[in-house]
Design a protein around this ligand. Structure first.
Ligand SMILES: CC(C)(COP(=O)(O)OP(=O)(O)OC[C@H]1O[C@@H](n2cnc3c(N)ncnc32)[C@H](O)[C@@H]1OP(=O)(O)O)[C@@H](O)C(=O)NCCC(=O)NCCS
Length: 131
């Protein structure tokens, strides 16, 4: 929750995460550094489509390859479950995340108008096609 709160303008609640524990479509991974959780990410795989719910690395541990590593592990889960594409939403103002997603082969495929309620920012939908 600490990483969630420092990473997102609209953090999920603890209850939302607890709910995910009983979501059969969801998988979550944490990034461990010397016994401390320094990042996490989640994915839903619903039949052929996978959706990244959130990916965050603690501020002091960013830009050292962990975000990419986590994304590659999440992609592995999608591939294991036979998903054919992975989708996610990202803020146009979030350059760091867009650079990471571009580098991983995600391409912009759509826009959700006024998706983020804190500032009415649109969401760019990015997709990685796996097959
Ligand atoms: C987005 C985020 C997860 C990236 O994690 P990270 O551990 O810093 O990412 P990495 O070190 O693996 O970097 C991945 C790529 O993005 C680039 N990158 C990461 N942060 C960057 C920044 N602030 N500025 C420019 N490039 C950046 C890296 O150079 C790297 O590029 P490369 O593949 O060409 O080497 C992290 O910034 C974060 O937690 N942000 C807050 C939460 C968030 O925005 N999540 C995504 C929501 S859609």
């Amino acid at each position: 929750m600490h990483i969630e709160r420092e990473s997102f303008p609209l953090p999920w609640s603890k209850e939302s995460y607890l709910g995910e524990l009983s979501n059969n479509f969801a998988s979550y991974l944490v990034c461990d550094y010397e016994g401390e959780i320094v990042g996490f990410g989640g994915i839903w795989v619903i039949f052929e489509e996978a959706h990244i719910t959130n990916v965050a690395i603690a501020k002091d541990y960013r830009q050292q390859g962990r975000g990419k590593l986590l994304m590659n592990k999440l992609e592995g889960i999608a591939r294991d479950k036979k998903a054919v594409r992975i989708l996610l939403e990202v803020r146009p103002s979030n350059n760091a995340a867009q650079i990471m997603y571009n580098g991983l082969g995600f391409v912009p495929t759509g826009l959700r108008k006024k998706y983020y309620s804190d500032n009415d920012e649109d969401a760019i939908i990015m997709t990685k096609f796996l097959y």
